[in-house]
Design a protein around this ligand. Structure first.
Ligand code: T3D
Length: 261
């Protein structure tokens, strides 16, 4: 697949998907939304790909919906349809993505751009990152998963404040509030992300996919249901070659080589 609104690269089993509309702080037009979905699908199918990194080219991560294109398309009347066609499938794809995902937040993440960062498994941000639930500023409401993910990450009080005021949150506060896994100097962003991505790429892929599903279920289900769900995942994990490799590596005091089988 060729991309115009994205830069997609593969190295060391890590696919990096960078939104490439820097003049618009990587705001999402229909082309970028279509290509993002296409890139995620190809990362999902590509056996070589073990981890996905989502980022932005230039000084922004993603400023959400491209408001100019939205205006040109006479968007207001069709927002429900637009969300159903583009944003909801994208949020679902990312949230349930069967491989580890990292949002490398290089700059401002606003509106649905912030939602995409929230839907990733890890958020590594540089000190230049900023976060805004910008929806309210244009008379809209959080979408693309923010209403679900944000309160779970930072608590209802802070989520309500972000969603109802739309103020821009600096990276340091976002880190203190638990929105981020790592906060680093801009000069270290790539290296810290690469190190985490390589570590995840070396992990047991089947177990990692099940860990994600298990924890997603865990925040929804009762304790009893979670125990039963864990039992099912554990039985499946125990039948993988990777589990046996992990045990053998432990006993022989060497690093395991997980193959995703
Ligand atoms: O249609 C549907 O399906 C509805 C779905 C909605 C989902 C959403 O995401 S709604 C929320 C949309 N996003 C926003 O409302 C954010 C709008 N942007 C901003 O508030 C600010 O740009 C930022 C706080 C993100 C960054 O501010 P700052 O001062 O660092 O940069 P800037 O000067 O405002 O922006 C730089 C350029 O990017 C500028 O272009 P110019 O004037 O130099 O030609 C600006 O217009 C452009 N830009 C920024 N955000 C967007 C954008 N262009 C189009 N769409 C944007 N969202």
């Amino acid at each position: 697949m060729t991309y115009e609104a994205l830069k997609v690269t593969m190295a060391d089993r890590v696919m990096t998907i960078a939104i490439n509309r820097p003049d618009k702080l990587n705001a999402l037009n229909n082309q970028a939304l279509t290509e993002l979905m296409g890139a995620l699908k190809s990362a999902e199918q590509d056996e070589e790909c073990r981890v996905v990194v989502l980022t932005g080219v230039g000084r922004g991560f993603c400023a959400g919906q491209d408001l100019k294109e939205h205006q040109q398309d006479g968007g207001a009347g069709h927002i429900g349809e637009h969300v159903a066609r583009y944003y909801n499938p994208l949020a679902l794809k990312l949230y349930h993505f069967p491989k580890p995902t990292i949002a490398m937040v290089n700059g401002v993440a606003a509106g649905a751009g912030m939602s995409l960062a929230l839907a990733a498994d890890f958020r590594i941000a540089s000190t230049t990152a900023r976060f805004s639930q910008a929806f309210v500023k244009i008379g809209l409401v959080p979408d693309s998963g923010s209403s679900y993910l944000l309160p779970r990450l930072i608590g209802q009080a802070r989520a309500l404040e972000m969603a109802m005021l739309g103020d821009v949150l600096d990276a340091e506060t976002a880190y203190q509030w638990g929105l981020l896994h790592r906060l680093v100097d801009p000069t270290e962003l790539q290296a810290v992300t690469d190190a985490l991505a390589r570590r995840l790429a070396d992990g047991p892929p089947i177990a990692l996919a099940m860990i994600k599903r298990s924890l997603h279920r865990g925040i929804e289900h009762s304790f009893e249901e979670s125990l039963e769900s864990e039992r099912g995942f554990q039985s499946a994990a125990a039948r993988t070659e990777d589990h046996h490799e992990g045990i053998e590596a432990f006993i022989s005091k060497r690093a395991p080589e997980f193959r995703g089988r």
